[in-house]
Design a protein around this ligand. Structure first.
Ligand code: UDP
Ligand code: MG
Length: 311
């Protein structure tokens, strides 16, 4: 059977961009030698986006639309599209043509050459403010330094996932989702495809500062324990420091004499250290609870040989 590609497009208030973007996406998908479906996820748009989607789906049997009851956010919209997709490979793309649909062909080529994940890597970002580019640049580097798993630099959610990767994704039901981090957590053969990120074709960004900050925190809290364990390390360091202080004070007191408040100061540092260390211990338990509650798969299998599993 011929393979099918699923293109997943999250949309939120994209009435100005949707028609132009559909035309380019449809052309790009039609140029590939695969059957395809385009899945739009309307993330609670309050403009005429849904009317546009009805018209598009009315005229094209391979366009499907899922419409949320309200705005649940980009990451959940993409997830709903993945739940719905039936393809052998899933491609996630923004609706505003910032990710050029023509690059889909290159993602597919990487997949044909054996990539399980082909992710768009931004060589250049056009038409975005200096502040956005600068904060994104710093954030990805900070995240990568903090994360226990590699999260490729300068990548967004524009990527292709093979069906077996998508199936693992679908098992990860965590509420606070950071898809590009989850992709890094899963491993697999991930291949970068470089592209220039263009200016938005129409309308303005739907990622408000609040949404962006939330996503940034989801990335750090979802993939690093450091914020939780940092207090413990600081506490132990403070306790060590205070003990050194006590020894030094004992020597000084025995020779030239020390002011009594210095003992108090050392005692204060010691108890602050103790409290922070105790918080670190609580943090360690919290880590474990967090791991259990999220219920991620315990491990991810890429391949089995001579497996006795039923197909
Ligand atoms: N989007 C969404 N829900 C939201 C915010 C954004 O589905 O709450 C969609 C949006 O329509 C677009 C994609 O996610 O297709 C990326 O959003 P946007 O282009 O506004 O973000 P930016 O490129 O400015 O970071
Ligand atoms: Mg955009």
């Amino acid at each position: 059977m011929a393979k099918t590609l699923s293109l997943i497009v999250p949309v939120f208030n994209e009435q100005e961009a949707i028609d132009a973007s559909f035309a380019r996406m449809y052309a790009a998908m039609s140029a590939l030698p695969y059957a395809f479906e385009i899945i739009y996820v309307n993330d609670g748009s309050r403009d005429s986006t849904m009317a546009h989607l009805r018209a598009i789906a009315g005229g094209n049997g391979n366009v499907r639309v899922i419409s949320f009851s309200r705005n649940f956010g980009h990451q959940l919209a993409v997830t709903a599209g993945m739940d719905e997709a039936r393809g052998d490979a899933l491609i996630v793309i923004d609706a505003d043509l910032q990710d050029p649909p023509e690059v889909i062909g290159e993602l597919v080529k990487a997949w044909e050459n054996g990539a399980d994940i082909a992710y768009g890597k931004r060589l250049k970002r056009e038409g975005e403010t200096f502040l956005k580019k600068f904060t994104a640049h710093c954030y990805y580097r900070l995240l990568n330094a903090m994360s226990a798993y590699p999260i490729p630099l300068d990548t967004g959610d524009f990527r292709l996932l093979d069906r077996k990767v998508a199936d693992v994704f679908l098992k990860m039901r965590e509420h606070n989702r950071f898809l590009r981090g989850m992709s890094g957590w899963m491993g697999f053969n991930a291949v970068p495809v470089e592209y220039v990120r263009h200016e938005r074709v129409a309308g303005s960004t739907k990622y408000t500062l609040k949404k962006m900050l939330r996503l940034a925190f989801d990335g750090i809290l979802g993939f690093s324990y450091r914020p939780l364990t940092a207090a413990g390390g600081t506490g132990v360091a403070l306790m060590g420091l205070s003990l050194l202080g006590f020894v030094a004070l004992a020597v000084i007191a025995a020779t030239v004499g020390a002011a009594p408040w210095l003992w108090g100061l050392c005692g204060l540092v010691l108890f602050d250290g103790l409290i922070l260390a105790a918080m670190g211990v609580q943090g360690a338990y919290l880590n474990r609870i967090y791991d259990e509650v999220r219920g991620r798969p315990l491990y991810v299998v890429a391949e089995k040989i001579n497996s006795k599993d039923k197909e």
